[in-house]
Structures are given as structure tokens and as C-alpha cells.
Design a binder for this molecule. Structure first.
Ligand SMILES: Cc1cc2nc3c(=O)[nH]c(=O)nc-3n(C[C@H](O)[C@H](O)[C@H](O)COP(=O)(O)OP(=O)(O)OC[C@H]3O[C@@H](n4cnc5c(N)ncnc54)[C@H](O)[C@@H]3O)c2cc1C
Length: 387
């Protein structure tokens, strides 16, 4: 080894700026979110005042340029924010995740400058966004969508329904995928930016969920909804490319959500096992318990490195498709495992709502479902490694 070669940072090393950012988000989550977590979960709502704080901290427009009112930071910063928030509440983290890694990301990468000028300042300051791809008949097979867009003189009319749309109860801006020609398969898929007030658009049923209950998940109804021609995101027939690209990136955010969740569960388990005495000593002094905690910490460390690696690859414009699928697949399994262990280590207290780990256990399950199920991640990885 050449001793004069500048030393390379370790894979998990954060810059001073990244560390300060992560710590400030964590401190905010601890102070302003933690006291609300149980009530938000039970009521399945998020107070608007808390959403306003996310905007005030710059967490809803992390990659939006400063000139448009955003934080002008990197995708990696968004990943750090999602991870830090998830240690306290993965339901709040997913609001930030969808806003940054899907909605803002799609506009920054594919939106025309007029669309960016009209919507980015709002998204950075007060407007929540949602990303509507899934339908009742098209989940994993997302491009088999039935929602159709028909050209009119000055724009398009959308007809159909979207299902499972995160943030939709609070959102004012929706990126909606519809097909302009069903016979063209995925080449007909086009992305539209729809405002809540557009005629013919309504928010439907809100789902009553197992986990991440505070995060809203609703149906969207389009009944000849008129969308101006200028509100196409990207190009007609190129929506599939936009969706694939943004979801590949979004997956890294979900990996971060699952790492944060697992870390939150492990932190609770460590605090509890050090305080709880059985057989005359803290249960953390039993080797069997220590080994379980050690394995969980190792799992989380490995998952975090896969997430950071994928995010760094994305920020430096290198291929990251396989790494993104791997990090979501692995981190969501780790989250489920660690949250389950935390429930076990808290004993009876792990099973009741007075303690926070049963919620994290419920929240963990979503990591294996949205933004591509684990089977779909395995399919992506297999396709890449077998090429
Ligand atoms: C809380 C929540 C929030 C969501 N937020 C959004 C959102 O904001 N925007 C949005 O567009 N969507 C959202 N979704 C939808 C989500 O992305 C889909 O639920 C997911 O992609 C799976 O689709 P599906 O539910 O139709 O399941 P299906 O596609 O019917 O899958 C059912 C099972 O079959 C398996 N399967 C399907 N195809 C294959 C295959 N080819 N090979 C092997 N196994 C297969 C799957 O892995 C799964 O286990 C959300 C869902 C939930 C629950």
C-alpha cells in the first residue's frame, strides 16, 4: 500500500455536514415526534402542525435547489432523514420519503422547467405530494393499469381509479400514471401532475392499516378529470421510464426507513434489557440475550451499509439498480427480524401498546410490500446477476 495515498473513508463514514444533518433530524424526531407517536398511530392521523415543522426544517424539499426554496442537498441527505425519522416513527418517515424520493425526484429529473417553476417552490414550503401508480388490478404488474388519459383540445381527461396512495389525504399535488393507449402496453403509460382541485378528481376511501397507521393511504377517483397539457411530467408514452427510474431510487429510501425502524427497535430492546431484572440481575447480562442483541446490531450494520452504498452510487450517477433492490430486500427482512426480537425481549411488555415495540413490529411488515414486494426485488436481482 502506498502510504502517501489519501486514505479512503470507510463505507459508512458520513461527512461532517451529513452527520450534523442526521443528528439534527434525530433530535427533532426525539423532541417533537416521539411524544405524539402513540396517539397518531391510534387516531391514524398526523397533526398539520407536525407536517408544518417538517417543511420548516427543510425536510420536504431536500433536493430542491435553494433558488426554489429547497435545501439544495443530496439524495443521500434524504436517505439520512428517512433513517433518522424512522428510529422514532416510520409513519412520519414515509411522508418525507414519498415527498422527496418519488414526487420531487420525478419533477427534478423529468419535469419541464415550467412545471418545476410552478410546483417546486410549493413542494419545498407547504404542499404535500403523492405518487399514484398502483390500481386494484395492477400492483406488481403496475403497467397493466386501467386508468386512461384521453386527449382533448387543450389537454387530457383522466378516467379510472388508483389504490393505496400514500400521503393522499393530506396531499395537494399528485403524480398520476395513466395510459394514453392500452394497446401500446407500457409504451402508453404517461405521467400527469394533478392538483387536488382539478374538476373530476376526488379522494376516496382511506385504508385502516396494520402498520404505519398515521400515514394516509387512500383511493383516488378520476371521473373525466381535466388536466392541462402543460401538466404532463416528462413525455407522452415515457411514463413507464419515469416510474421505473423513480421507484428504483425510492426503494433506497424504503431501505433507509427499515434500517431506522430496526435501529429504533434495537435501542428500545437494549434500554429495556439493561433495566429489567430477572434471576437477580439485568436480563442483558445473560449471554443468550447478549448474543441476540449482537446479531441484531450486526444485521442492522450490514443493512445500513447496503443502503448507504446504493445511495452513494445514485448520487454519483453510477448504476445502482441491483444495489437498490438488494438494500430494500435485506433491510426489510432485518427490520422484521429485529422488531420481532425486540417484542420478545420486552416479554409481556413487548406485546402491549404502552411500550413502543409492538408498533414497530407492525410497521416493519410494509417494507416487504410497497415500492415492489420482496419477490419483485428478488426478480430484479436475479435478472441482473444471471445476465
Ligand atoms: C401502506 C401502503 C402504501 C402504498 N403506497 C403506494 C403509493 O404511494 N403509490 C402507489 O402507487 N402504490 C402504493 N402502494 C401499493 C403497493 O406498491 C402495492 O401494494 C405493491 O406493489 C404490491 O401490489 P399488490 O398489492 O397488488 O400485490 P400483488 O401484485 O397482487 O402481489 C401479491 C403477492 O404476489 C406476489 N407476486 C406478484 N407477482 C409476482 C411475480 N411475478 N413473481 C412472484 N411473486 C409475485 C407478490 O410478491 C405478493 O407476495 C402502497 C401499498 C400499501 C399497502
Amino acid at each position: 500500500m502506498n502510504p502517501t495515498e489519501p486514505s479512503r473513508p470507510a463505507l459508512g463514514t458520513l461527512s461532517e455536514d451529513e452527520r450534523l444533518f442526521r443528528d439534527s433530524v434525530h433530535a427533532f424526531a426525539d423532541r417533537d415526534i416521539r411524544p405524539l407517536v402513540r396517539e397518531m398511530d391510534e387516531q391514524a392521523t398526523i397533526p398539520r402542525a407536525l407536517l408544518d415543522k417538517l417543511f420548516a426544517l427543510g425536510l420536504m424539499g431536500i433536493e430542491i435547489p435553494e433558488a426554489d426554496g429547497g435545501s439544495g442537498a443530496s439524495f443521500f441527505h434524504a436517505v439520512l432523514a428517512v433513517e433518522a425519522l424512522s428510529t422514532v416513527d416510520p409513519a412520519i418517515a414515509v411522508v418525507v420519503d414519498v415527498q422527496n424520493t418519488l414526487v420531487v425526484n420525478a419533477l427534478l429529473r423529468h419535469g419541464a422547467s415550467d412545471l418545476q417553476r410552478r410546483y417546486l417552490p410549493k413542494l419545498a414550503s407547504s404542499t404535500i405530494g403523492a405518487y399514484a401508480l398502483s390500481e386494484a388490478g395492477s400492483g406488481s404488474d403496475a403497467f397493466a393499469m386501467a386508468t386512461r388519459a384521453t386527449a382533448t383540445g387543450d389537454g387530457w381527461t383522466l378516467s379510472g381509479r388508483k389504490l393505496w396512495i400514500t400521503n393522499s389525504h393530506e396531499a395537494d399535488v399528485f403524480i398520476v400514471f395513466a395510459t394514453v393507449d392500452r394497446t401500446a402496453g407500457y409504451h402508453g403509460v404517461t405521467a400527469f401532475l394533478v392538483e387536488r382541485g382539478f374538476p373530476g378528481f376526488a379522494i376516496g376511501r382511506k385504508e385502516d392499516k396494520l402498520g404505519i397507521r398515521a400515514s394516509s393511504t387512500c383511493e383516488l377517483l378520476f371521473d373525466d378529470c381535466h388536466v392541462p397539457g402543460a401538466n404532463i411530467v416528462g413525455e407522452v408514452g415515457k411514463g413507464y421510464k419515469l416510474a421505473i427510474e423513480t421507484l428504483n431510487e425510492g426503494r433506497i429510501g424504503i431501505g433507509a426507513q427499515m434500517v431506522g425502524l430496526a435501529q429504533g427497535a434495537l435501542d428500545h430492546a437494549m434500554t429495556y434489557t439493561k433495566a429489567r431484572h430477572q434471576f437477580g440481575k439485568p436480563i442483558a447480562e445473560f449471554q443468550a440475550v447478549q448474543h441476540q442483541l449482537a446479531r441484531a446490531a450486526t444485521d442492522i450494520h450490514a443493512a445500513r451499509l447496503t443502503v448507504y452504498e446504493a445511495a452513494r452510487l445514485r448520487d454519483t450517477e453510477r448504476p445502482f439498480l441491483t444495489e437498490a433492490a438488494m438494500c430494500k430486500l435485506f433491510a426489510s427482512e432485518v427490520a422484521e427480524r429485529v422488531a420481532s426480537l425486540a417484542v420478545n425481549l420486552l416479554g409481556g411488555n413487548g406485546f402491549v401498546k404502552e411500550y413502543p415495540v409492538e408498533k414497530l413490529f407492525r410497521d416493519a411488515k410494509i417494507g416487504q410490500i410497497y415500492e415492489g414486494t420482496s419477490n419483485l426485488q428478488l426478480q430484479t436481482i436475479a435478472k441482473q446477476i444471471l445476465r
